[in-house]
Design a protein. Structure first.
Length: 308
């Protein structure tokens, strides 16, 4: 089959291009979405502390300003998103080829919507291992002030600001070893794998719907590519949000209990809607974030394919 039996050199080149394009998309995503991501993590972890998204954003800015507040955790967020998206998109391309063989398609361009969604599901397994440690550090940094206030320690704000990603990572390794960096891996799997099934399914489905008669989905242009990316992002977060709330609680508070127990505890003590606390900033941030992610990914991939 011509599309699924590429030479080793072409497969390597395609993999490197997917990896690089995913990395660039990940960087763009962080700087577009970080303030609302910080808000999401705070609202998930401390549901009674803020009256809503606007209150959380204002309080964060008032107390810690931009870089220490709204963009807290942006360094590990960049690392997390570059690591996740580079592996995710490289894995997605490889898994598309695998699914194409199973579906007996000549090219990945001929994959069904279910085939593309399945490739996203499989790719997310691999990206979860790169995402979990870096996102754990990011979440802890984003909720640093709230954890500090909750513990009522005598630590000053000046000392609080000296907690860097490196120091926090070193502290976790000292106390818990390498397993400590992978706290929350199980809910990460439960979040990422079904999430990216719907993410890539939503994106590819939207591209097909937005294509004009006789036009391929690769020719829909930048604006429609961004719209398709936004659709994928909204579908992703709507589906995975309860697992994301549980993951944030486990990672920020370094809980040692199972995700099922944490989820039931949230449901019993705070109600079902607590599993969707912070959904609004997530949906609002994902629209520009995933729009930019796919725009940068698709067009940097096209550019690199043309010049190499």
């Amino acid at each position: 089959m011509r599309g699924t039996t590429e030479s080793g050199g072409n497969s390597l080149k395609t993999g490197v291009i997917d990896f690089t394009a995913g990395s660039l998309g990940g960087v763009a995503l962080v700087y577009v979405s970080q303030p609302l991501d910080t808000c999401k993590v705070k609202m998930q972890t401390f549901p009674t502390l803020y009256r809503g998204m606007i209150h959380c954003l204002i309080e964060t800015f008032r107390k810690d300003r931009i870089w220490r507040g709204l963009y807290a955790g942006s360094v590990p967020a960049v690392v997390a998103n570059v690591a996740e998206n580079s592996v995710l998109f490289a894995g997605y391309g490889a898994c598309q080829k695998l699914v194409a063989v199973v579906e007996k398609k000549d090219s990945i361009k001929d994959l069904s919507l279910l085939g593309n969604a399945t490739a996203g599901f499989l790719a997310a397994f691999f990206s979860s291992f790169t995402l979990c440690p870096t996102e754990l550090i990011k979440c802890k940094l984003q909720a640093l002030r709230e954890m500090h206030n909750q513990k009522k320690t005598a630590q000053s704000d000046a000392k609080l600001y000296h907690i860097t990603p490196y120091k926090l990572t070193r502290e976790i390794l000292r106390k818990e070893g390498i397993p400590g960096l992978f706290r929350g891996l199980t809910p990460t799997f439960f979040r990422e794998m079904p999430g990216y099934f719907f993410f890539f399914g939503g994106y590819e489905g939207a591209r097909q719907l937005l294509a004009k008669p006789g036009q391929s989905k690769d020719e829909i242009g930048p604006l429609r590519t961004m719209i398709a990316g936004a659709v994928g992002g909204v579908v992703l977060w709507t589906v995975i949000f309860p697992a994301d709330v549980i993951k944030s609680r486990i990672q920020v508070a370094s809980l040692r209990t199972s995700m099922t127990r944490v989820g039931l505890q949230i449901y019993r003590t705070e109600g079902f809607l607590a599993l969707y606390n912070g959904l609004l900033p997530s949906v609002i941030r994902t629209i520009p974030a995933t729009a930019v992610l796919f725009l940068v990914y698709e067009y940097s991939k096209k550019f690199m394919t043309e010049i190499f």
